[in-house]
Ligand binder design. Structure first.
Ligand code: FE2
Length: 280
């Protein structure tokens, strides 16, 4: 799966590529089935309560901030009653699973290290690629949360910037179930901010360019199941809430250049026992 010269020009110009039928239907279904199994095995006791008090919120932060080497489960914001109990079963309440699925789970490992993806990454010019982060995103029916406009480089920064986000549609993504929106060419405007660790162990935004994104210029990418959307690490993108009765499952993989510097101030840090790996 090598990109054509035209596709590479398009990626450099627009900051994204839409590759239809990149993944066959059976492979999409296999990831869906595996994600379902993982959720079924997940015991939400103790995590559900995290959202209810200040003290427990701090636990949530650690649960998130230490998830770079783990498989962890994050709830939809609107999944809870005011008393902290779930409004519906956990299968319909999880926002995403992250962030080391690609290393720790055999099914996701096999999918993520497919030859096709390795070749695509090489075509993008990412040298010595490392698979940094994976997420299974549910965008649940009715309560699927909005993801506000951002650049992935804000959260996953490398110096120089060598980051690609691969967004695999495991179901049809439409305007009504919360498809991706992108700002064509917006990657050429530079990085707006970084999300950096503080000395106190929390996170803060470090603003580089206070000029907001021109959000009215974002365009929706409605895609069929099996489509891969490649996103440049500096491309502004978002997705709206899903208030439809249909889910919008997607799998994302973020790949960085191994020769770039990966700062200790990034939120995602791997434990020494589980260093980042490439495609081998
Ligand atoms: Fe993103």
């Amino acid at each position: 799966m090598k990109l054509s010269a035209d596709q590479i020009v398009q990626y450099q110009r627009d900051g994204f590529l839409v590759l239809e039928d990149f993944v066959d239907g059976a492979s999409c279904d296999r990831l869906r089935a595996r994600a379902e199994e993982l959720v079924q095995e997940f015991d939400p006791q103790g995590v559900v309560s995290i959202f209810s008090t200040h003290e427990q919120n701090r636990t949530t932060d650690a649960y998130f901030l230490e998830s770079g080497s783990e498989i962890r489960f994050f709830f939809e914001e609107h999944a809870f009653h005011p008393d902290g109990s779930l409004k519906q079963n956990k299968e319909q309440s999880i926002n995403k699973i992250g962030h080391a699925l690609h290393d720790l789970d055999p099914v996701f490992n096999q999918f993520s290290r497919a030859r096709k993806i390795r070749e695509l990454t090489a075509s993008l010019g990412i040298e010595d690629p490392l698979l940094l982060q994976s997420m299974y995103i549910f965008k649940q029916p009715n309560i699927g949360g909005e993801v506000t406009c951002h650049q992935d480089g804000t959260f996953l920064y490398t110096e120089p910037v060598q980051i690609a986000g691969l967004w695999f549609a495991l179901e049809k993504a439409t305007l009504t179930n919360g498809c991706l929106w992108v700002l064509p060419g917006g990657h050429r405007l530079g990085l707006k901010s970084r999300w950096v660790r503080t000395d106190e162990g929390g996170m803060r935004f470090e603003v580089i360019d206070p000029e907001p994104f021109s959000e009215e210029q974002l365009v929706p990418l409605e895609v069929m199941k099996g489509t891969l959307i490649v996103l440049h690490g500096l491309l502004p993108h978002k997705s709206l809430a899903n208030r439809s009765p249909k889910s919008r499952h997607a799998y994302t993989l973020h790949i960085i250049g191994g020769n770039s510097v990966y700062p200790a101030s990034n939120w995602l840090q791997r434990l020494p026992a589980t260093p980042l790996r490439g495609f081998d």
